[in-house]
Write a protein that binds this ligand. Structure first.
Ligand code: ZN
Ligand code: ZN
Length: 336
């Protein structure tokens, strides 16, 4: 395994160059001399510090152990890495692709991981609360994003879990808008999608505020998205199909004829990465299990008006669902 979140999950190693070899008898981490001390501190598996390619070192180890079949993470290993391993190993060894082997283990979180996500979610909400109180008309989206990122750092985050989204006015209709130099004006929507990275674990939250009192259209759109989000959360329980959760949110938006403006899936797992399985999409037949942590984030995007998305991080419990995000969900009005 060379995908770093999987390396971290299997070995504890957080450096930037690592490869984990799993055999029926052992877990081995290969890294380079820059990480000699760090790897010995972080890992309880066997660590091999090698000069040169970790792939070549792993190939040597496979030969020594006379291993005849090797599975590689097809979604993360490049063609070049595959080819070089194949040529180093020769014909005696069969390479096979494997997908989501570690990712599906990671989908169900341990008690320790759930605690880490809880802390990350709480930090994200505290940062939002303190930064949003500073927001005034005339600020740029860049400045708002900087305030949010600054607050997360001050509260102890390693950084944002992804590039903070701040989108005002019509730009809020772009689900993955990047902040720009646009200034916040009165009578506009303001969408913030943010997450912290704390002890390696992500959080993810979206809130929408209005610069000044929102009009009837914005208010009814907000209510429709909130109803859909609550319906999505309501549908989360162990055994539920991912597509049923998605359908619950979509069905609710249909009542206000806004479902066709909901252009992405209802949510996703998160943990060491911001997007993990399961994906809560219309065609996903996987079932939710206790210990999974997912987002619920329906949104409606009207190109000439703006977009509203409301996103919480929730935990699938033994009996149902627990909302981890503490931030209130009423339509926030920023004085303008
Ligand atoms: Zn988000
Ligand atoms: Zn999300």
């Amino acid at each position: 395994m060379s995908h770093l979140p999987n390396v971290r999950y299997l070995s504890g190693f957080t450096g930037s160059n690592g490869l984990v070899l799993l055999t029926p008898k052992a877990v081995l981490l290969f890294t380079d001399p820059r990480y000699d001390i760090q790897a010995s501190q972080e890992c309880d598996c066997k660590v091999k510090v090698v000069t040169g390619s970790v792939w070549a070192a792993a190939a040597g180890e496979l030969k020594r152990r006379r291993i005849g079949r090797v599975a590689l993470e097809s979604a993360h290993v490049s063609f070049d890495q595959w080819a070089s391993l194949a040529s180093l190993m020769g014909k005696r060894v069969r390479l096979a692709p494997v997908k989501d082997a570690v990712e599906s283990l990671r989908a169900v979180k341990s008690a320790g991981e759930i605690e880490a996500i809880r802390r990350s979610v709480a930090l994200c909400s505290r940062a939002y609360e303190s930064a949003i109180a500073q927001v005034r008309p005339g600020m740029t989206e860049f400045e708002v994003a900087a305030e949010l990122d600054h607050a997360m750092r001050l509260l102890g985050a390693e950084g944002p879990a992804f590039e903070t989204i701040v989108a005002s006015g019509k730009r809020s209709a772009l689900p993955h808008a990047r902040p720009t130099a646009a200034r916040l004006k009165p009578n506009q929507l303001l969408l913030v999608d943010m997450g912290a990275n704390l002890d390696g674990y992500a959080s993810d939250m979206t809130r929408v505020a209005h610069m000044g009192r929102p009009g009837a259209r914005a208010r009814s759109m907000y209510q429709a998205v909130l109803d859909a989000q609550l319906a999505g959360i309501e549908a989360v329980r162990p055994g539920a199909l991912c597509r049923e959760v998605d359908a619950a949110a979509r069905r609710t938006l249909k009542r206000s004829r806004l479902d066709r403006f909901f252009t992405h899936s209802t949510g996703h797992g998160l943990g060491l990465e911001i997007h993990e399985i399961p994906r809560l999409g219309a065609k996903v037949d996987a079932r939710l299990e206790p210990g999974m942590v997912v987002t619920i984030e329906p949104g409606v995007y009207l190109p000439e008006f703006g977009g509203i998305r409301i996103e919480d991080t929730v935990l699938v419990t033994e009996t149902g669902v627990e909302i981890l995000t503490p931030t209130p969900k009423e339509f926030l009005v920023i004085a303008s």
